[in-house]
Write a protein that binds this ligand. Structure first.
Ligand code: NAD
Length: 485
């Protein structure tokens, strides 16, 4: 075991969980046993809530300009520790070192945004009648929770923690049991940055602790990022317990490619979008719809895909089960009559024989009813469908239950605008393969890719992590002047 057993982080200290139940943490890169992680119980969560509750009065009463000082220092510490964090991220998640560096850089950008929050929460004041003022303030909620997935062990925690905490809340985070290591390092950096004990806590575990979070009366709000299946469970359970909830789910993102698209740029973007982070991104291109004759572009996508080498510029998928699932999807498509142009099945990386790799895979002549066209595969696979018109392409895109992202590749501004207007997704790209909005714009999909109101990052997150207080004040002492005067 390379690292000591992963522990919870409660009230500024790493502490063992109360349960004996443990899972192994295995590196997808080479199958090495990295650590074990204990599956916490409701008792552990209670201790975390108690610590967060105790820290809340003092933390929430600090002026926000003081609270964000912690995040100026945290940002500096992320920069200083970038290499160590990126190595840890690659080791536990399997993505390439370059992808992990980009992930930590994104954490830095998210933290930068949090430091700008004082400028964004100034509230409003107006003299609504003579001598009478109405004023609004964004007030923190209290103890809040964030449940995160395996695919971005550092970035997704940083979607929530800097904003929620800078806005005055105390947070409990539940990392993915598959990648529990990065969060511990983030906790160390937050402590070094001067975050008071109890403001940030970690409880590790699986569905048992997630259910306990949704049920705990001391938690005011729950954010979730993960699959749609679990997003629905969490959203339903948390709101049934009268908590504020925002649950981001899975995705099936469509790229619509028109014949006038710039060939090289499009091919490079499609290949990069479907294979980045081994296709394990909720913003990855998973389906492509060629409108009209785009054979030349598809040929170039195959050329680009063949330049993506597992173990070099393509990371591993998270587990043996994931590899098997992805390969099963490819097999089903082949059996159903699709054509496998580039086949990533059976990939073994020399020297890393126990790693879990799937090579880039391009599947052509996919029909909308096939499983590879409908379901989230979460691997480096692109399923290509063909239509004659833009409206047929939009009908396919609109019919899929998800709605995270959609993109169009064309040089025709009018058609791009038409597709932007009619695609049913929260984040749209024009000649952009991975249309993630950069800060201060917010991140969030539509349909079955998100349950709840508002987005999880950027300005939109302010509404989720705070409640609005409205004060009406009358200072004119004269008798006979009423508040409507
Ligand atoms: P997952 O849903 O399996 O797990 C997410 C979290 O839920 C983990 O912390 C896990 O411990 C917990 N969990 C798992 N099963 C549970 C259950 N039955 N009850 C309660 N909690 C449970 O997701 P994952 O495999 O870790 O991540 C991949 C998924 O996340 C993909 O579907 C991907 O699209 C999605 N994702 C979405 C976004 C987005 O912004 N929409 C971002 C990243 C990942």
């Amino acid at each position: 075991m390379k690292y000591t057993a992963v522990q919870n982080y409660i009230n500024g200290k790493f502490v063992p969980a109360s349960s004996e139940r443990k899972l192994d943490v295995i590196s997808p890169v080479d199958g090495n046993h990295l650590s074990t992680v204990a599956m916490s119980t409701a008792k552990d969560l209670d201790a975390a809530v108690k610590a967060a509750k105790a820290a809340f009065p003092k933390w929430s009463k600090l002026p926000i300009k003081e609270r964000v000082q912690v995040f100026f220092r945290y940002k500096y510490l992320l920069e200083k520790n970038l290499k160590e964090l990126a190595e840890l991220c690659s080791e536990e998640n399997g993505k390439t070192y370059g992808e992990s560096v980009a992930e930590i850089e994104k954490c830095i950008e998210l933290t930068e945004f949090a430091t700008s929050l004082p400028q964004l929460v100034t509230g409003e004041v107006l003299e609504v009648s003579r001598g009478v003022e109405c004023r609004t303030e964004h007030v923190p909620l209290g103890v809040v929770a964030s449940i995160v997935p395996f695919n971005f062990p550092a970035m997704v925690p940083n979607w929530t923690l800097p904003n929620a905490i800078a806005l005055g809340n105390c947070m409990i985070i539940k990392p993915s049991e598959k990648v529990p290591l990065c969060c511990g390092k983030l906790a160390e950096l937050l402590k070094e940055a001067g975050l008071p004990d109890g403001v940030f806590n970690i409880v590790h575990g699986d569905s048992e602790i997630v259910n306990a979070i949704c049920d705990h009366p001391g938690i005011e709000a729950v954010s979730f990022v993960g699959s749609t299946k679990v997003a629905k469970i969490v959203y339903q359970r948390a709101t049934q317990n009268f908590k504020r909830a925002l649950a981001l789910g899975g995705a099936k993102n469509h790229l619509m490619v028109l014949p006038d698209a710039k060939e090289d740029m499009t091919a490079q973007n499609v290949a990069a979008s479907m294979s980045g982070c081994a296709g394990q991104r909720c913003m990855a291109a998973s389906a492509m719809i060629g409108v009209g004759n785009v054979d030349a572009i598809i040929a170039k996508i195959c050329t680009e895909a063949k330049k993506i080498i597992p173990g070099k510029n393509l990371g591993a998928v998270i587990s043996k089960e994931s590899k098997e699932r992805i390969e099963r999807y490819i097999g089903e498509a082949e059996r159903d009559g699709a054509k496998i142009l580039v086949d990533g099945r059976g990939t073994v990386v020399e020297g890393k024989e126990n790693g879990t790799y799937v090579g880039p895979t391009v599947i052509d002549y996919v029909k909308p009813e096939m499983s590879v066209a409908r379901e989230e595969i979460f691997g480096p696979v692109i399923s290509i469908m063909r239509t004659n018109t833009v409206d047929e392409a939009l009908a396919i895109e609109n019919a899929n239950p998800y709605g995270n992202a959609a993109s169009v590749f064309t040089q025709n501004g009018g058609l791009a605008r038409y597709i932007t207007d009619h695609a049913s997704a929260g984040m749209i790209g024009v000649n952009v393969g991975v249309p993630v909005p950069r800060e201060p714009f917010s991140f969030g999909g539509w349909n079955e890719s998100k349950f709840g109101v508002g987005d999880i990052t950027g300005k939109s997150s302010i509404e989720f992590w705070t409640k609005l207080k409205k004060s009406t004040t009358k200072w004119n002492p004269e008798a006979g002047v009423n508040w409507m005067s």
